[in-house]
Design a protein. Structure first.
Ligand SMILES: CC(C)(COP(=O)(O)OP(=O)(O)OC[C@H]1O[C@@H](n2cnc3c(N)ncnc32)[C@H](O)[C@@H]1OP(=O)(O)O)[C@@H](O)C(=O)NCCC(=O)NCCS
Length: 198
């Protein structure tokens, strides 16, 4: 079992040296993008800011697993997060992993994976987070993280939620920063590590 779990690749991926530099903290993460950004909230069919009410986290079960596995990020975002099938396989290999389907009403729109013992016991780490391409920019990612924080606050010894992100184009650094995550100064593989005090 590797001792780090980047968001973007399978756990079996070969270890790479951290990029030098690993990138600025999210408060100052570069926003300039070349070409068409992988993330663009101004998709024509998405309301500018629709209240994301009715968003829930539900267990991944035999009934909804195929739908979760079928969820895909936008072209160009695949390098930012592992495929859900891979994340579910990773979760099965580690009992302290808790995968969730993100639902908007009764529709599965995303996926996240929480680990309860990383890097140590009672350290809560958001290993994977994705909202499917057609559902991005509607507040579902934000609402899913709010639900996750509510959940983590109920867990033993929870004082923080950690995560990490790849610094590539279209990265989720600004998304996490606006939710209150701050850079720890550390890395997870070659990803920037963040922490949200609870
Ligand atoms: C990151 C992700 C989960 C956000 O989900 P989402 O449902 O689209 O996010 P929201 O609609 O809640 O966005 C909230 C705000 O963050 C912004 N935002 C979201 N993702 C962003 C990104 N990658 N870069 C910059 N801003 C982003 C949105 O524009 C929105 O701002 P607004 O309120 O001014 O419109 C989704 O874009 C995704 O799955 N990305 C690909 C996978 C990925 O990078 N996962 C994180 C791995 S660590």
């Amino acid at each position: 079992m590797p001792h780090y779990w980047p968001a973007r690749v399978a756990s079996a991926a070969p270890r790479r040296r951290p990029a030098a530099p690993t990138g600025p903290p999210p408060e100052t993460a570069p926003t300039a993008r070349r070409g068409r950004p992988a993330y663009d909230s101004a998709v024509p069919d998405a309301p500018a800011r629709q209240p994301a009410s009715g968003v829930s986290l539900r267990p991944v079960t035999p009934e909804n697993e195929a739908a979760v596995v079928a969820l895909r990020v936008r072209p160009g975002q695949e390098r930012l997060v592992a495929a859900n099938a891979q994340s579910l396989a990773d979760a099965r290999a580690v009992p302290a992993c808790e995968p969730f389907a993100v639902y908007a009403g009764e529709t599965p729109v995303g996926f996240l994976l929480l680990r309860h013992d990383y890097p140590g016991p009672r350290d809560y780490y958001l290993l994977r987070l994705m909202v499917a391409a057609e559902h991005q920019g509607r507040g579902y990612g934000t609402a899913a993280l709010e639900r996750l924080v509510e959940h983590v606050r109920t867990l033993p010894g929870a004082s923080a939620l950690r995560t990490s992100y790849d610094v590539g184009e279209g990265n989720a650094g600004p998304f996490y920063a606006r939710l209150g995550f701050v850079a720890t100064g550390g890395t997870n593989g070659d990803e920037v590590e963040l922490l949200l005090p609870l």
